[in-house]
Write a protein that binds this ligand. Structure first.
Ligand code: GRF
Length: 203
């Protein structure tokens, strides 16, 4: 399956997806063919270029509405023949129309154990709440932000002296394993999103 990855920053998850799908030992059903960033000059673009993958910057600031920006994303994804979209640290909320178009074909990674701690400041919420376990979630993207059906989760301990930095580093290590695993499940059609938005597991 042809995969497009949307990023906004450092792209460590993108790197994990590239490394996994390219490793011949994994016989991956996924091939990353396009990386799009909504921000210029981010490390993730450099990672894609180094891997010889086509890149595109679609700056959201150049579009008047969310819908126009999303349409530009969609045009590029379709032109590249993309079949599965991975949101790897992509910090824009996508419009309902775009989400519906890619329903069952779009994955996101979130740095908490959903459905707890949705939103952009998950680590901060986790530290404030006092929970002793956190982790990451890879899920299908649904219209409710961070609300789609869950594919893979991994947990980590939360230490009393953790900062957002130390916690996020511990969680990212897990994301780098969970995201390729979830992508592989979808690309190889071991899992499907049913019309009722639950997952059909066929393994
Ligand atoms: C990850 O922690 C992801 O869960 C969050 O943003 C971060 C992206 O990191 N949504 P990177 O760009 O993949 O390094």
């Amino acid at each position: 399956k042809r995969v497009g990855v949307l990023i906004s920053g450092s792209g460590t998850n993108l790197q994990a997806l590239i490394d996994f799908t390219r490793d011949p030992m994994n016989f991956s059903a996924a091939e990353i063919v396009l990386v799009i960033s909504n921000k210029p000059d981010v490390q993730g673009i450099v990672r894609a270029e180094n891997a010889g993958i086509a890149t595109k910057v679609i700056n959201h600031k150049k579009y008047e509405t969310r819908e126009e920006f999303d349409e530009a994303l969609n045009v590029s994804l379709v032109a590249a023949g993309v079949e599965i979209v991975c949101l790897a640290g992509f910090m824009r909320i996508l419009s309902g129309k775009f989400v519906q178009k890619w329903s069952g074909k779009m994955l996101n990674v979130h740095p908490s154990l959903l459905p707890s701690f949705k939103g952009h400041d998950a680590h901060q919420q986790v530290l404030k709440s006092g929970v002793r376990i956190s982790g990451c979630t890879v899920h299908f993207v649904a219209e409710e932000v961070d609300g789609g059906a869950i594919l893979v989760q991994e947990s980590v301990p939360v230490y009393h002296d953790d900062t957002e930095q130390t916690l996020s580093e511990r969680i990212k290590e897990k994301e780098h394993k969970a995201f390729p695993k979830a992508l592989e499940m979808v690309a190889s059609e071991q899992v499907k999103l049913k019309p009722d938005h639950s997952i059909e597991w066929s393994f």
